[in-house]
Design a protein around this ligand. Sequence first.
Ligand SMILES: Cc1cc2nc3c(=O)[nH]c(=O)nc-3n(C[C@H](O)[C@H](O)[C@H](O)COP(=O)(O)O)c2cc1C
Length: 187
Amino acid sequence: MHKIEFEPAFFNRFLNCGPAVLAVAQHEGSPNIITLAWAAPVSHDPPLVMISVSPRRYSYGLIKAGREVTINVPPWSLLEEVAFCGRVSGRDVDKFAETALTPAPSERVKPPGIEQCLATLECVWENSFGAGDHTAFIMRVVRVVADEEAAMNRFGPGAGKPTTIHHLTGNFFAPLGGPAREAGKPK
Ligand SMILES: Cc1cc2nc3c(=O)[nH]c(=O)nc-3n(C[C@H](O)[C@H](O)[C@H](O)COP(=O)(O)O)c2cc1C
């Protein structure tokens, strides 16, 4: 290995490994979709997820006011939709109408899930705090609906297995790169 130094802001090239997600927020009007790469689990019990959202996003106001979101995990086949929902704003465009994504009614929260996604986490606001130029919203997961194959048999690639989208910063994305392998079991 030959190591060189990078700007601190380069850090997420290495930590940004979870799946990119499509979050849906809604207040009084129509639901809006936002692409988020910065979504991370932060607690098992209670089940909490952090999503980091810039106050410049239309979704920011919807999350603050509506206090609920669905976090949807898209398969690799939705790559163009993920890029689109991360490039245009719900201030200008109805992203459900402009894409083939279809809303799936939620049970515990107002914003719908997304039918074509592998998993939908229905979440309610728990806490939030400023984090530099973003706000970290800590959301409690109150319901999970997921594709059985993705949930039970792990993700792809290969042989029709679902695989997730991973944002490598900028305009670059990759599917999950290898089959699941178990590690760390006591001998
Ligand atoms: C791959 C990708 C990941 C993104 N991740 C985030 C994120 O974690 N937080 C955020 O605030 N914006 C993120 N964005 C930017 C928003 O998705 C983008 O500004 C979007 O157009 C905002 O939509 P809205 O104005 O309808 O809320 C990301 C964009 C892309 C393409």
